[in-house]
Design a protein around this ligand. Structure first.
Ligand code: AQP
Length: 326
């Protein structure tokens, strides 16, 4: 059984990305043959500084390793190093309906955010993602909830291709962890935590310093009243902070509610900031260590590229043959 997933190297990786994606990946490594990609071609659908993109790509690979992805059992690689991702995208484009892509929530949101640069790549993002997934004969795609719609279109395209050209692709399943499916913004509990948020007060980045984490949690919006209780309808901000507390500490929400019974928001926030700092500290230390040994990170990526290439080539040859492309 194979798992595939990826993150865009756009500079900031936040705790939403960690709990929605990376944490799941770490656990899956024992059960699945895993492919973890740094999706730099997805990243350029929004303008990127070339120097920063290169740096962020290596930085994300380093972070993957610091978080606990194990290159001995998993394949870690850079999307642009495997040419078949864009090759398969072209083929899938020919069976994708424009109306299907127009329905994609992420496209609609990003198009609003980047009114002056609604490029074809941004529109085609889900097809590139479908190619990523289908190239590796993926069984499961562990992602946060915001990516569910993209996995669904991947399934549609795989079925459609199989119907037109004969059995070729596996139909992948989306894998979403209920508790961490959608971490909300610290400054707005009605929208998901997002690296492209206007204010850095929206997220806790895995690289944030203890001082910054403390400040961001202190400034996180709260709800009226003062009880620490989980009620997403009436107290969405506190519910989100409780979810983060629970994910960080491994304690159940009930346990945390009990711990803070009769205590106020201020005490709860102080403890939460402390727990986040404690949690991120070993990841940050490991990342600093790995940064001193960049050669090792490049080696991991080189091995990953070679492993990914074998499967990608094999799938692409099969696809071209089915279609009649010489
Ligand atoms: N708030 C979130 N809660 C849970 N999971 C999340 N993911 C993203 N935000 C949350 C998951 O993280 C992975 C990284 O995906 P990406 O790099 O493609 O980024 P994204 O989905 O576009 O979301 P970001 O990181 O916040 O960026 P922007 O600001 O561009 O939307 C995916 O598995 C995603 O589900």
């Amino acid at each position: 059984m194979r798992a595939f997933s990826g993150i865009q190297p756009t500079g900031i990786i936040h705790i939403g990305n960690y709990f929605g994606a990376i944490k799941q990946w770490i656990d899956l490594q024992q059960k699945f043959e895993c492919f973890f990609c740094i999706v730099n071609q997805h990243a350029i659908t929004i303008p990127q500084n070339p120097k920063a993109l290169k740096k962020n790509t290596i930085d994300l690979a380093t972070l993957y390793l610091a978080c606990g992805l194990n290159p001995e059992i998993s394949t870690i690689f850079i999307q642009s190093e495997i040419k078949q991702h864009t090759e398969l995208t072209w083929i899938l484009n020919t069976i994708t309906k424009i109306s299907e892509l127009e329905r994609m929530t992420q496209f609609k949101e990003k198009a609003k955010q980047h009114r002056k640069n609604v490029n074809v790549g941004l529109f085609d993002y889900p097809v590139l993602m479908a190619a990523d997934i289908l190239l590796y004969k993926t069984d499961v795609v562990p992602v946060g909830e915001d990516q569910k719609q993209h996995v669904e279109i991947t399934r549609t395209l795989a079925r459609r291709f199989n119907k037109i050209y004969g059995q070729t692709f596996k139909i992948p399943e989306v894998l979403i962890k209920k508790e961490s499916a959608r971490i909300m913004g610290l400054d707005n509990p009605f929208k998901k935590m997002s690296k492209s948020a206007k204010s850095p007060l929206n997220y806790i980045a895995l690289d944030d310093s203890p001082e910054l984490i403390f400040e961001k949690i202190q400034k996180a919006v709260t709800d009226s009243g003062k009880e620490i209780v989980y009620n997403p309808q009436k107290k969405p901000a506190i519910a989100n902070l409780l979810t983060i507390f629970s994910l960080i500490t491994g304690k159940s929400i009930k346990e945390i509610e009990k711990e803070f019974q009769g205590k106020g928001y201020s005490e709860f926030k102080q403890k939460l900031a402390y727990e986040i700092i404690e949690f991120l500290s070993p990841i940050q230390a490991k990342k600093r260590d790995l940064q001193k040994n960049e050669k090792y990170v490049f080696q991991v990526l080189e091995i990953g590229k070679e492993k990914a290439k074998i499967i990608a080539k094999e799938t692409m040859n099969r696809v071209n043959e089915k279609i009649g492309l010489i």
